[in-house]
Write a new protein. Structure first.
Length: 235
């Protein structure tokens, strides 16, 4: 048991998938896992452990933003001896080169966030994926015949902003999309010597104001969930 996760020792698997939304975690558990057990619901951040094709996997909520995923990923790595965390979520595209429903495997996360520097003394605005998660996801996508964009993304601390357009840090590091969590996850994994990846579905095209409707999201996220789970079999 940790400060924010009430699972008992041994109830969290070595591989964890982290969507932001606790109800999305429940959806993955209900639709894909067998022998599922709700192992934590502190603050309604649900964590479920079950099996997928015979392998133990935990899926749980990270919340939104670097501070939130920073807490959950750190406690999973340190209190529950988790080896690998893969964030699964949605993102907005800065470029019309990306389309709705496209899948993104994050190579590097760029951010204006001070999380990495203040927490662990990690300098700079760019942190790469950690361990072999990126390559495993990339290879699994090839095996499944899925088109995957292996690119840099921007992890923003800000959802609503005064100035339109692509922020300077995203331009500097050629980030084609934006989300809010990967930078902190990668920072924690780097500090702790753990494995971390991020797999995203494009839900919004910022320049054109296109977006996936609420009704479409369940179907839209299915390929990402299956890819994450099939990748998790190899960790």
């Amino acid at each position: 048991m940790s400060v924010h996760i009430s699972a008992k020792p041994g109830e969290i698997a070595k591989t964890v998938l982290l969507p932001g939304d606790p109800l999305r975690a429940k959806y993955v558990a209900d639709k894909f896992l067998q022998d599922v057990k709700l192992v934590s619901q502190t603050r309604n951040a649900f964590y479920f452990t079950g099996t997928y094709k015979g392998k133990a996997i935990t899926v749980g909520a990270s919340g939104m933003g670097c501070p939130s995923i920073g807490i959950y990923s750190y406690e999973l790595y340190t209190e529950y001896n988790v080896d690998t965390i893969v964030r699964i979520g949605t993102c907005g595209a800065y470029s019309t080169d990306l389309k709705l429903f496209d899948l993104i495997n994050v190579d590097n996360a760029a951010s204006e966030s001070t999380f990495a520097e203040y927490a662990w003394g990690i300098p700079g605005s760019l942190i790469p994926h950690q361990g072999n998660a990126f390559e495993v996801i990339k290879q699994t996508a090839v095996e499944k015949g899925l088109t995957l964009n292996n690119i840099n993304i921007h992890s923003s601390d800000i959802f609503y902003r005064k100035e339109p357009g692509t922020p300077a840090v995203a331009v500097e590091h050629n980030c084609l999309a934006v989300e809010m969590e990967a930078f902190a996850l990668f920072a924690n994994a780097k500090h702790l010597g753990k494995t971390a990846g991020t797999l995203l579905t494009v839900s919004d095209i910022i320049p054109t104001h296109e977006f996936i409707s609420a009704d479409e999201r369940e179907k839209a996220l299915w390929p990402m969930m299956e890819l994450a789970l099939d990748s998790a079999l190899k960790f």
